[in-house]
Design a protein around this ligand. Structure first.
Ligand code: FMN
Length: 349
């Protein structure tokens, strides 16, 4: 045990990364059974669905992590929404869809008083956030349950800010990581670095434990992060093809193909940069197209295109989230993947 595993109530300082839209309690439970801290991502769950999943986790009697986004919802911007729909217009025409019928609205919800109400009876041992921290009154509620609080930092400045605002540990999220970038102080992506550049600099800047995330896919990666000073690791992409994940068949096929050797950051699916395998819409509109509305408002207009093409078996408009290192993605159970990662906490044989 080290100080992070002690903080998390675990034998090993390994976290199965929360992955909204790609998993529920089943993955967290299977990873938890083999010694990782399982995570439940709640950014795309309504309170009743969240309660159902939490009930399953609580029944295991093991610690678990509950994860939330904590962005400030943007003011809807009619001009930007119009520009976005104009950029997508040829695609609507191609499938004969009238965009007037597509509702606008957020694709992801931030942590809120309603979410805290739903969470409170469960008093989870760990709560992690992405995009900073919630408002002080909401954070105080979480801390009042004695939950340990984690959040992602993509720069040294963000790690220092998080420590100053009361986190118990910082997740140093390197640029390799799959899914959304967790930045919240600056939107300048050029300030962000790879995991092995970020980790030692964050370690030198904060006193709380530091968790390395991004590009870690096997025991050797775990060992390397620990050798570089990490107090623990968080792994996401490597779990995406396990049977307990809810990753679609289409997405799994891409992750296990040569296409997964190339990933890009894109704002097209939500409005915030997130890493995934390039597809048709990313190639044709450019992955960071300025017309995409602010997070999380970009999702609604592209959703019917995604649904249409997925029915034809095509991921042309689907977010194919993946980290830069998908080499750990395989159709093995989450417990087996976890045991392989845990081997990285022991010296190489
Ligand atoms: C499909 C997918 C969805 C993700 N969703 C979330 C999320 O809901 N909340 C969060 O804090 N991080 C999310 N992440 C980021 C992970 O927490 C973590 O930073 C990342 O997976 C680590 O890098 P790796 O994918 O290279 O292992 C997601 C990552 C992926 C691949």
């Amino acid at each position: 045990m080290n100080r992070l595993s002690e903080l998390l109530g675990m034998r090993w300082p390994l976290i199965q990364a929360p992955m909204a839209g790609a998993q529920g309690a089943a993955l967290a439970l299977a990873a938890g059974e083999a010694g990782a801290l399982g995570s439940l991502p709640c950014a795309m769950l309504a309170p009743d669905a969240m309660q159902r999943e939490l009930t399953l986790l609580a029944a295991s009697g093991r610690p678990y992590n509950v994860n939330f986004f904590c962005h400030t919802p943007p003011e809807p911007d009619a001009a930007r929404e119009t520009a976005w729909r104009a950029a997508l217009a040829p695609y609507f025409a191609e499938i004969g869809l009238d965009p007037a019928g597509i509702p606008a609205g957020p694709g992801r919800l931030p942590f809120s008083a309603a979410a805290a109400d739903a969470l409170e009876p469960f008093k989870p041992h760990v709560v992690s956030f992405h995009f900073g921290l919630p408002a002080p009154d909401l954070l105080a509620r979480v801390k009042a349950w004695s939950a340990k609080v984690l959040s992602s930092a993509t720069t040294v400045d963000e790690a220092i800010w998080l420590e100053a605002h009361g986190v118990d540990a910082v997740i140093a999220q390197g640029l390799e990581a799959g899914g959304h970038r967790g930045h919240f102080l600056s939107h300048d992506l050029s300030r962000q670095t790879g995991t092995f550049a970020l980790l030692p600099q964050v370690k030198a800047a904060v006193r709380v434990p530091v968790i390395a995330a991004g590009g870690i896919a096997d025991a050797a990666g775990v060992r390397a992060a620990m050798a570089l000073g990490a107090d623990g690791v968080q792994v996401g992409t490597a779990y995406l093809c396990s049977p307990e994940a809810t990753t679609s068949a289409l997405h799994r096929a891409v992750l296990q193909s040569e296409a997964a050797r190339h990933t890009q950051l894109t704002t097209l699916f939500t409005g915030r940069p997130a890493r995934g395998v390039p597809n048709r819409v990313m190639r044709e509109l450019g992955p960071l197209n300025a017309a995409a509305p602010e997070f999380p408002l970009a999702t609604s207009a592209i959703a019917p295109l995604r649904a249409h093409w997925e029915k034809q078996g095509k991921g042309d408009f689907t977010p194919l989230w993946s980290g830069q290192n998908a080499s750990g993605c395989r159709a093995a159970g989450a417990a087996e993947i976890t045991r392989d990662l845990v081997a990285g906490f022991s010296p190489a044989a």
